[in-house]
Design a protein around this ligand. Structure first.
Ligand code: PXP
Length: 240
Protein backbone atom coordinates (compact mmCIF):
# COMPACT_ATOMS: atom_id res chain seq x y z
CA UNK A 1 0.00 0.00 0.00
CA UNK A 2 1.26 3.47 -0.88
CA UNK A 3 1.93 5.54 2.26
CA UNK A 4 0.83 9.15 2.72
CA UNK A 5 3.11 11.72 4.34
CA UNK A 6 1.28 14.95 5.13
CA UNK A 7 3.31 18.14 4.93
CA UNK A 8 1.95 20.65 7.47
CA UNK A 9 4.19 23.61 6.56
CA UNK A 10 1.24 25.71 5.40
CA UNK A 11 -0.60 25.35 8.70
CA UNK A 12 2.43 27.20 10.07
CA UNK A 13 2.34 29.65 7.14
CA UNK A 14 -1.14 30.66 8.26
CA UNK A 15 0.13 31.19 11.82
CA UNK A 16 2.99 33.34 10.54
CA UNK A 17 0.62 35.62 8.57
CA UNK A 18 -0.15 37.22 11.96
CA UNK A 19 2.98 36.08 13.82
CA UNK A 20 0.51 34.56 16.26
CA UNK A 21 -0.11 31.32 18.08
CA UNK A 22 -2.74 29.74 15.83
CA UNK A 23 -3.30 27.55 14.01
CA UNK A 24 -1.04 25.28 16.05
CA UNK A 25 0.97 22.97 13.71
CA UNK A 26 1.45 20.46 16.52
CA UNK A 27 -2.32 20.13 16.88
CA UNK A 28 -2.57 19.76 13.10
CA UNK A 29 0.02 16.97 13.12
CA UNK A 30 -1.95 15.03 15.72
CA UNK A 31 -5.15 15.36 13.69
CA UNK A 32 -3.33 14.13 10.55
CA UNK A 33 -1.90 11.20 12.46
CA UNK A 34 -5.31 10.27 13.89
CA UNK A 35 -6.88 10.56 10.41
CA UNK A 36 -4.49 7.95 9.02
CA UNK A 37 -1.47 9.86 7.76
CA UNK A 38 1.52 7.52 7.69
CA UNK A 39 3.92 10.33 8.49
CA UNK A 40 4.31 14.05 9.10
CA UNK A 41 6.54 16.16 6.89
CA UNK A 42 7.93 19.60 7.70
CA UNK A 43 10.48 21.84 6.04
CA UNK A 44 12.62 23.95 8.36
CA UNK A 45 13.54 26.72 5.93
CA UNK A 46 16.56 28.93 6.45
CA UNK A 47 14.27 32.00 6.60
CA UNK A 48 11.85 30.24 9.04
CA UNK A 49 8.90 31.44 7.02
CA UNK A 50 6.66 28.71 8.43
CA UNK A 51 8.02 25.87 10.59
CA UNK A 52 10.29 26.90 13.48
CA UNK A 53 12.67 24.99 15.75
CA UNK A 54 10.09 24.99 18.52
CA UNK A 55 7.60 23.13 16.27
CA UNK A 56 10.24 20.63 15.29
CA UNK A 57 11.27 19.77 18.84
CA UNK A 58 7.66 19.28 19.98
CA UNK A 59 6.81 17.25 16.87
CA UNK A 60 9.79 15.00 17.56
CA UNK A 61 8.31 14.15 20.93
CA UNK A 62 4.76 13.46 19.82
CA UNK A 63 4.96 11.95 16.34
CA UNK A 64 4.73 8.19 16.62
CA UNK A 65 4.47 7.38 12.92
CA UNK A 66 7.32 9.00 10.98
CA UNK A 67 8.73 12.50 11.20
CA UNK A 68 10.27 13.48 7.88
CA UNK A 69 12.32 16.68 7.93
CA UNK A 70 12.87 18.42 4.60
CA UNK A 71 16.10 20.35 4.80
CA UNK A 72 18.82 22.12 2.87
CA UNK A 73 22.41 20.95 3.31
CA UNK A 74 23.60 24.14 5.03
CA UNK A 75 25.63 23.78 8.22
CA UNK A 76 23.06 25.49 10.46
CA UNK A 77 20.21 23.22 9.40
CA UNK A 78 22.30 20.03 9.45
CA UNK A 79 23.27 20.80 13.05
CA UNK A 80 19.62 21.24 14.07
CA UNK A 81 18.66 18.00 12.30
CA UNK A 82 21.32 16.10 14.25
CA UNK A 83 19.85 17.43 17.50
CA UNK A 84 16.22 16.77 16.61
CA UNK A 85 16.83 13.33 15.08
CA UNK A 86 13.83 13.02 12.77
CA UNK A 87 13.05 9.52 11.50
CA UNK A 88 14.07 10.64 8.03
CA UNK A 89 15.72 13.66 6.43
CA UNK A 90 14.80 14.68 2.90
CA UNK A 91 17.54 16.80 1.38
CA UNK A 92 16.07 19.53 -0.83
CA UNK A 93 17.45 22.53 -2.71
CA UNK A 94 16.48 25.87 -1.22
CA UNK A 95 16.33 29.35 -2.68
CA UNK A 96 15.30 32.26 -0.47
CA UNK A 97 13.02 33.92 -3.02
CA UNK A 98 11.09 30.87 -4.21
CA UNK A 99 7.46 30.35 -3.20
CA UNK A 100 8.05 26.62 -2.91
CA UNK A 101 10.76 24.06 -3.75
CA UNK A 102 10.85 24.63 -7.48
CA UNK A 103 13.08 21.83 -8.71
CA UNK A 104 15.00 18.80 -7.57
CA UNK A 105 18.38 18.73 -5.88
CA UNK A 106 21.36 18.78 -8.25
CA UNK A 107 23.00 15.65 -6.84
CA UNK A 108 25.46 15.39 -9.76
CA UNK A 109 26.80 18.89 -9.07
CA UNK A 110 26.91 18.59 -5.26
CA UNK A 111 27.84 14.97 -4.73
CA UNK A 112 30.67 15.60 -2.28
CA UNK A 113 28.59 17.78 0.07
CA UNK A 114 25.61 15.43 -0.14
CA UNK A 115 27.78 12.44 0.82
CA UNK A 116 29.20 14.44 3.77
CA UNK A 117 25.72 15.33 5.01
CA UNK A 118 24.34 11.82 4.40
CA UNK A 119 27.19 10.34 6.45
CA UNK A 120 26.80 12.87 9.27
CA UNK A 121 23.05 12.28 9.50
CA UNK A 122 23.64 8.53 9.43
CA UNK A 123 26.06 8.79 12.37
CA UNK A 124 23.13 10.40 14.24
CA UNK A 125 20.79 7.57 13.31
CA UNK A 126 18.99 9.50 10.54
CA UNK A 127 18.40 8.03 7.07
CA UNK A 128 18.44 10.44 4.12
CA UNK A 129 16.26 10.71 1.06
CA UNK A 130 17.10 12.99 -1.88
CA UNK A 131 14.42 15.12 -3.58
CA UNK A 132 15.32 14.92 -7.26
CA UNK A 133 13.83 15.43 -10.70
CA UNK A 134 12.81 12.25 -12.56
CA UNK A 135 16.13 12.16 -14.39
CA UNK A 136 18.45 9.14 -14.84
CA UNK A 137 21.63 11.17 -14.26
CA UNK A 138 20.33 12.39 -10.91
CA UNK A 139 19.20 8.88 -9.95
CA UNK A 140 22.66 7.50 -10.80
CA UNK A 141 24.24 10.22 -8.66
CA UNK A 142 21.78 9.52 -5.82
CA UNK A 143 22.76 5.86 -5.88
CA UNK A 144 26.43 6.89 -5.83
CA UNK A 145 25.80 9.13 -2.81
CA UNK A 146 24.86 6.08 -0.76
CA UNK A 147 21.25 7.02 0.10
CA UNK A 148 18.63 4.29 0.16
CA UNK A 149 15.66 6.54 -0.65
CA UNK A 150 14.75 9.16 -3.23
CA UNK A 151 11.69 11.36 -3.70
CA UNK A 152 10.82 12.22 -7.29
CA UNK A 153 9.71 15.83 -7.87
CA UNK A 154 6.27 15.66 -9.49
CA UNK A 155 6.00 19.41 -10.09
CA UNK A 156 6.38 19.27 -13.87
CA UNK A 157 3.58 16.68 -14.07
CA UNK A 158 1.38 18.70 -11.70
CA UNK A 159 1.91 21.96 -13.60
CA UNK A 160 1.57 20.48 -17.10
CA UNK A 161 -0.79 22.27 -19.45
CA UNK A 162 -3.10 19.86 -21.23
CA UNK A 163 -3.45 16.11 -21.23
CA UNK A 164 -0.65 15.40 -23.71
CA UNK A 165 1.96 17.25 -21.70
CA UNK A 166 0.70 15.71 -18.48
CA UNK A 167 0.94 12.20 -19.91
CA UNK A 168 4.48 12.87 -21.10
CA UNK A 169 5.55 13.95 -17.61
CA UNK A 170 3.77 10.98 -16.04
CA UNK A 171 5.76 8.73 -18.36
CA UNK A 172 8.98 10.35 -17.13
CA UNK A 173 8.00 9.64 -13.52
CA UNK A 174 7.12 6.02 -14.37
CA UNK A 175 10.42 5.46 -16.17
CA UNK A 176 12.39 7.09 -13.35
CA UNK A 177 10.59 4.97 -10.75
CA UNK A 178 11.37 1.73 -12.58
CA UNK A 179 14.98 2.79 -13.13
CA UNK A 180 15.54 3.74 -9.48
CA UNK A 181 13.72 0.71 -8.05
CA UNK A 182 15.85 -1.59 -10.23
CA UNK A 183 18.89 0.00 -8.55
CA UNK A 184 17.47 -0.96 -5.16
CA UNK A 185 16.32 2.54 -4.17
CA UNK A 186 13.06 3.13 -2.30
CA UNK A 187 11.04 5.57 -4.40
CA UNK A 188 8.75 8.28 -3.05
CA UNK A 189 7.13 11.17 -4.92
CA UNK A 190 5.62 14.55 -4.24
CA UNK A 191 5.06 18.20 -5.03
CA UNK A 192 1.96 19.73 -6.53
CA UNK A 193 -0.12 16.58 -6.05
CA UNK A 194 -3.79 17.19 -5.38
CA UNK A 195 -7.19 15.46 -5.28
CA UNK A 196 -7.43 15.57 -9.07
CA UNK A 197 -3.99 14.40 -10.18
CA UNK A 198 -2.83 12.05 -7.41
CA UNK A 199 -4.29 8.72 -8.53
CA UNK A 200 -2.20 8.41 -11.71
CA UNK A 201 0.94 8.75 -9.61
CA UNK A 202 -0.35 6.44 -6.85
CA UNK A 203 -0.90 3.75 -9.51
CA UNK A 204 2.74 3.71 -10.61
CA UNK A 205 4.37 0.41 -9.76
CA UNK A 206 7.23 0.93 -7.36
CA UNK A 207 6.09 4.19 -5.72
CA UNK A 208 6.03 3.54 -1.98
CA UNK A 209 5.08 6.91 -0.50
CA UNK A 210 3.53 10.22 -1.54
CA UNK A 211 4.23 13.45 0.32
CA UNK A 212 1.49 16.03 -0.02
CA UNK A 213 0.99 19.39 1.68
CA UNK A 214 -0.56 22.38 -0.02
CA UNK A 215 -3.70 20.80 -1.46
CA UNK A 216 -4.54 19.00 1.79
CA UNK A 217 -4.18 22.21 3.81
CA UNK A 218 -6.31 24.09 1.24
CA UNK A 219 -9.07 21.51 1.43
CA UNK A 220 -8.79 21.48 5.23
CA UNK A 221 -9.63 25.19 5.27
CA UNK A 222 -12.99 24.30 3.73
CA UNK A 223 -13.91 20.85 5.07
CA UNK A 224 -11.60 20.33 8.05
CA UNK A 225 -8.22 18.64 8.32
CA UNK A 226 -9.46 15.23 9.45
CA UNK A 227 -11.72 14.92 6.40
CA UNK A 228 -9.10 16.35 4.04
CA UNK A 229 -6.55 13.71 5.11
CA UNK A 230 -9.07 10.86 4.99
CA UNK A 231 -10.19 11.84 1.48
CA UNK A 232 -6.60 11.90 0.24
CA UNK A 233 -5.87 8.55 1.91
CA UNK A 234 -8.90 7.04 0.23
CA UNK A 235 -7.83 8.25 -3.22
CA UNK A 236 -4.34 6.85 -2.73
CA UNK A 237 -5.57 3.51 -1.39
CA UNK A 238 -8.29 2.88 -3.94
CA UNK A 239 -6.48 4.59 -6.82
CA UNK A 240 -9.73 5.61 -8.46
N1 PXP B 1 7.96 16.81 -1.06
C1 PXP B 1 8.94 17.73 -0.94
C2 PXP B 1 10.35 17.25 -0.88
C3 PXP B 1 8.65 19.11 -0.85
O1 PXP B 1 9.65 20.01 -0.74
C4 PXP B 1 7.31 19.51 -0.85
C5 PXP B 1 6.97 20.97 -0.71
O2 PXP B 1 7.37 21.43 0.54
C6 PXP B 1 6.31 18.53 -0.94
C7 PXP B 1 6.66 17.19 -1.07
C8 PXP B 1 4.85 18.85 -0.90
O3 PXP B 1 4.49 19.66 -1.97
P1 PXP B 1 3.02 20.29 -2.00
O4 PXP B 1 2.95 21.24 -0.85
O5 PXP B 1 2.98 20.97 -3.33
O6 PXP B 1 2.07 19.15 -1.86
Amino acid sequence: MVRLGVNIDHIATLREVRHGIEPEPVFAALICQAAGADGIVVHLREDRRHIKERDLFILREIIKTKLNLEMSVTEEIVKIACQVKPDQATLVPEKRQELTTEGGLDVCGNLKRIIQVRERLERNGIGSSLFIDPDKRQIDAAKKSGVKMIELHTGRYANAKGQKQQEAHLKEIKAATGYAAAKGLEVFAGHGLNYYNVTSVARIDGIEELNIGYSIVCRAALVGLDRAVREMKELIEHKR
